[in-house]
Design a protein around this ligand. Structure first.
Ligand SMILES: CC(C)(COP(=O)(O)OP(=O)(O)OC[C@H]1O[C@@H](n2cnc3c(N)ncnc32)[C@H](O)[C@@H]1OP(=O)(O)O)[C@@H](O)C(=O)NCCC(=O)NCCS
Length: 170
């Protein structure tokens, strides 16, 4: 889309009035996870449970950036700061934790901009590096982060009991 047709997007930090909409967006994101490789159980009331994991640390160990068009929220990015254990260097590490862009607002550069706002804040917190986790089949998300310079470091596997092979194959 040419620059000239792009709607004006406003970026800002979250406030309490946004909580219902970001909980709803996280619920949509959580449903999407199962389409791209997620195999954990589906919790009840997932938006509220998710919000409760960071709402009291906002501005200190976490932040949510909001994108809006015509005063309507069209996306968010949650980032967090954590300290890795001493045996892993004991450093502060940032995490781009969750992002959702409403379907009608995709491919406008909003995901890219929200990620960069989060990276700027994490850098100001003095983190050693920034992590992301991307589900196996989420190619769009991986492409976005790959362009920013993220390099693949971990592979995470999960064994469900009905897949467990008890004897070594002959
Ligand atoms: C992934 C997601 C956040 C991208 O948001 P977005 O605002 O559309 O992304 P941007 O417009 O900033 O795209 C930046 C670049 O990422 C890549 N990209 C984004 N979406 C893509 C897609 N569907 N297919 C291929 N590449 C894609 C492109 O390189 C793109 O640049 P370009 O448009 O100039 O080609 C959005 O598609 C989304 O909300 N998806 C569902 C939830 C999700 O995957 N969240 C992230 C994991 S928690």
């Amino acid at each position: 889309m040419g620059e000239i047709n792009r709607p004006k997007v406003n970026y800002r930090l979250v406030n309490e009035a946004d909580f219902p909409i970001i909980m709803d967006m996280y619920t949509q994101l959580n449903s999407f996870f199962y389409e791209v490789g997620y195999r954990l159980p589906r919790p009840e009331n997932v938006g509220q449970v998710w919000l409760d994991t960071f709402r009291r640390t906002l501005g200190r160990f976490s932040n949510v950036y909001i994108a809006e068009i015509d005063q309507k929220v069209v996306g968010f990015m949650l980032c967090r700061v954590k300290r890795v254990p001493a045996y892993m260097g004991g450093v502060l590490v940032g995490e781009l934790s969750d992002m959702w862009i409403a379907e009608e607002a995709r491919r406008l550069g909003i995901g890219d901009k929200l990620s960069r706002l989060a990276l700027d804040w994490l850098r100001q917190q003095g983190v050693h590096s920034v992590e992301i986790q991307v589900l196996r089949d989420n190619d769009a998300s991986w492409k976005l982060y790959d362009r920013m310079g993220f390099k693949l470091e971990f592979r995470v596997g999960r064994l469900l009991w009905d897949e467990y092979i008890e004897e070594k194959p002959a």
